[in-house]
Design a binder for this molecule. Sequence first.
Ligand SMILES: NC(=O)c1ccc[n+]([C@@H]2O[C@H](COP(=O)([O-])OP(=O)(O)OC[C@H]3O[C@@H](n4cnc5c(N)ncnc54)[C@H](O)[C@@H]3O)[C@@H](O)[C@H]2O)c1
Length: 255
Amino acid sequence: MRLKDKVAIITAAGSGMGREGAILFAREGAKVAVVDIDPKGGEETVKTITENGGEAFFKQLDVTDLPNLKKLIEDTFNKYGRLDIIWNHAGIPGAGGFGTISEKEFDEAMDINTKSAFFGAQYFAETIKETSKGGSIIFTSSVSGVRGSPMSQLYSTCKGALGTLARSLAKLLGKYNIRVNVIAPGIAETPMRFQFLTRTPQDNYDDNLNMLLKQVALGKLVDPKDVAYAALFFASDESAFITGVTLPVDGGYVA
Ligand SMILES: NC(=O)c1ccc[n+]([C@@H]2O[C@H](COP(=O)([O-])OP(=O)(O)OC[C@H]3O[C@@H](n4cnc5c(N)ncnc54)[C@H](O)[C@@H]3O)[C@@H](O)[C@H]2O)c1
């Protein structure tokens, strides 16, 4: 029960790594707000949690809808009388093909990958900072936000910003015992990897996958559970003195 009595919000928890995280957090004693734009996936996550004796509720939300993101954070705090963790996990691969990327595509990627995470952190901190209980903010970046990624120019721009945001907020919010950390997954075994590897007509899925896997020391895709366990560590008091760090969960890709 590494998260006993804690309350957590996880965005994009209707699939992939967010879903694994929600199930794991609940198993470790947290009450979990499962947030996703997709009701089918979100409800499925909640069903799995409750069938296993955990506590969770689903909130359908597009994370770019900032007034409702703020409301969800405040409502979750009011529902349970506390709020300890927000894992800003939602993101999209965004357009590829530097040279032809439109302003609309740029704004869409920034809105989901960066702006929603920035405001999610801001609303969370404003909601809990005077409670003296502290809290944990987690961002999902990517190995493409840590090292140069010729396939992911726009995505790298969005995700790279989360590292500097986390370091800045770690300095700012330390006085409230609010910690801010980043997970940078490598290419993971979730539906999103198909979008990553076939962004442009020139992309070939198998060629791109092989090219990336050759650079992974442990030689395989990231299991969503690997990322869920990293998030659990940042969410729990086991990482009580760790803030402002970016942790690659990538089998040695960025090494
Ligand atoms: N899959 C990878 O290879 C990989 C690698 C590095 C980082 N990431 C990052 O991990 C996060 C999610 O990836 P995953 O692989 O777990 O995804 P996934 O494809 O398994 O699930 C993504 C979920 O996000 C939800 N979603 C999409 N847009 C949303 C929005 N605007 N508001 C709320 N929910 C929304 C979808 O409905 C879906 O349930 C993203 O931030 C992504 O950039 C993924």
